[in-house]
Every structure is written in C-alpha cells, then in structure tokens.
Design a protein around this ligand. Structure first.
Ligand code: ADP
Ligand code: MG
Length: 317
C-alpha cells in the first residue's frame, strides 16, 4: 500500500464523525465549526517508543493511551474534547500493527465522541504525536493559576497504580491478577472529563496528574504564586500500591505519574456546594490538603509533624 492507501484504509475509514467537521481527512487542511460563544482549547502530546510505551505493547493500547493522555489535558482545562489530528512516525508499514492501532483509536473516539480530522505519516523511529482540539464556553476554562491561600486541594481518584505497573514491567514473579489490574491502569487511563461542570463552577485552579502529584501540584502552586500543605494520610492510594510499597506508599504515589486523575483547588466558601454537586453527580473526590501563602510543598503526618515534600516527578530533561 502507498502512503495514501494506508491513510485511507486505516485512518480515513474510522467511522466516527462529527457534524462540526466541515472538511476532514484528505484535503490540505481540516476546517471546523466552533459552537457560538465557545473558545478553542488545544493540546499536543508526543509518545515516543521506549520512553512512553514499549514496542512490544499491543498497538491498540498504544493508540488508546495516546488519545487518553491528550483528553486528560483538555479535561484539566474543564473543556470538552472534539477533534484530533495524528502525526505518526513508523519504521515500516506493518498492516497488522496499523489495524490494531486504528482499532484502538476507534475505541477511544467512540467513548468520547471524537473525530479524526487529519494528520501526517512519516518513516522513522516509532513516535506518535496527537493534537487534540476541544471547546469551552467563553471564559470558563480552568487554569493552573488561580489557587488562593485557604483553598482546599482535592484529587479525583487513587494514585500510584500506573507507576506501580511501570515498576513491575520487567518483573516476572508478580501475581498475574495484580499485574493485569495495574497494567490496566497504565494502558487504559480514564481521563476525568466527567469533572467538566464541577471544575467550571467551583475550581480555582486545576491540573491533570501526568508526572506525579508533587510535581503537578507544584505547577499549580508556582503559577498561582502560593504553596501547599498536604495531609499525607488523606492522599488516596491504589490498594496495590499500599500492598507493594507499604511504608513507602505515600512517597511512591507523590512522585508516580501516568494516573491522569485531576488535582484541583476550591475556595473554602464553595467547598460544601461543590461536595453537594459531586454527590449529585455520583463522583467521589478526595480532600488532600490546603493552599497556603508560604511557597513550597509541605506534608503533614497524622501525628501532626510537618516536613517539606521533594518535588520529583517524571522529567525528560
Ligand atoms: P500534505 O502533503 O498536504 O501535508 P499529506 O499527504 O500529509 O498532505 O496528507 C494527506 C491527507 O491525509 C491530509 O488531509 C492529512 O491531514 C491526512 N493524513 C495524513 N496522515 C494521516 C494520519 N496518520 N491520520 C489521519 N489523517 C492523515
Ligand atoms: Mg503532510
């Protein structure tokens, strides 16, 4: 197959469409209609073989995860994901691989009503770059800046599962069902698009946890010109992280990335209203600490002792 046959066969054929795509795959550029009163929200993430995924993984999982990682950034802005373009670099045109890859895209698109609007294909070491476009009513996006001293800090779910999966990648002697559960956390993250309305209404700042809670919460703090104190025992942990990391579980979860839960702050005056809205929506979030005027991250143990938290998450450079 030629490059154009591959695009038609594996990408243009993906059945998920949106009415707001005026010109999609096949022309020099895509053309999209934005809902009146909305703003465009755009994010790009690249996944590199060996660094973000292993070439031994099922191509379905690679595609699915790449889409979810991008959706998570849109979710952290409280926006709604819509249109996606894909730049794919492959060492060769392995049709079986492309077939699984295209199925993984398709599964992700149907889950979040996304349309593929274009992309690029090149030969080289395996890399995929996705640009995802979303929409949000004008002025409603939630940023990393905006957290104020006294705001309460919440996370949307248990942490550390994906990092535990990575820690077990080349271990053979792990309980099979545990390994499956953890790999599912790593390969099939579920970005928190369900938090959209709550964030728009109540959050003063938000971020998705891609590099690790300490590193990502630190971004909120730096952008907002504040610090934070976490109640360490309140940080929700994946049960298997507790089991395998034991006394190190909290420290492990603080720097473990790839969970794609959200961390956000809410003004104390709005906290009860937010908790009611969460209850009505059937969503559980976890109170983990408070924004403080003093810069830096601190952690408080149940005995009351406070110490500073090292900011270390995943960094490429
Ligand atoms: P150009 O040379 O004008 O950049 P290309 O030959 O790269 O165009 O691509 C032809 C069409 O196919 C374009 O509409 C482009 O967006 C689309 N396309 C290319 N690669 C992909 C891909 N991996 N997935 C989806 N669409 C793609
Ligand atoms: Mg091109």
């Amino acid at each position: 197959m030629t490059e154009f046959d591959l695009i038609d066969y594996f990408f243009k054929s993906i059945p998920h469409r949106r009415d707001d795509v005026c010109i999609g795959i096949g022309d020099d550029a895509a053309c999209l209609s934005i809902k009146p009163g909305h703003q465009l929200v755009v994010t790009t993430d690249t996944l590199v073989a060996g660094s973000h995924f292993l070439t031994t993984w099922d191509a379905f999982d690679i595609a699915y995860k790449a889409v979810m990682v991008n959706i998570s950034d849109i979710a952290a802005m409280a926006a709604e994901p819509a249109w996606l373009s894909l730049a794919l670099t492959l060492p060769d045109a392995d049709e079986a691989w492309l077939n699984r890859f295209s199925q993984g895209l398709s599964a992700a698109f149907s889950q979040y009503h996304l349309a593929l609007i274009g992309g690029d294909m090149t030969r080289g070491p395996m890399t995929l770059t996705i640009t995802l476009h979303g929409m949000i009513p004008e002025g409603k996006s939630v940023q990393r800046q905006g957290a104020q001293p006294g705001d309460k800090i919440y996370v949307t779910g248990p942490l550390g599962g994906a990092a535990q999966a990575v820690a077990f990648l080349d271990k053979q002697d792990i309980d099979k069902s545990h390994q499956t559960t953890l790999m599912n956390k790593l390969l099939r993250p579920q970005p928190r698009v369900d938090m959209q309305m709550i964030l728009r209404t109540y959050a003063t700042a938000a971020i998705d946890i891609s590099d690790g809670l300490s590193s990502d919460l630190n971004h909120i703090c730096e952008m907002s010109g504040v610090g934070a104190c976490l109640k360490l025992d309140n940080i929700p942990l994946h049960p298997l992280v507790n089991q395998y990391q034991q006394d190190n579980a909290i420290a492990f979860a603080l720097k473990g990335g790839d969970d794609y839960e959200l961390c956000f702050s809410v003004a104390k005056a709005n906290e009860n209203r937010m908790l009611n809205a969460l209850y009505d929506a059937g969503i559980t979030c976890y109170l983990i600490g408070e924004i403080e005027a003093q810069k830096g991250l601190r952690g408080q143990k149940s005995c009351g002792q406070v110490s500073s938290i090292p900011i270390d998450g995943y960094r490429h450079f």
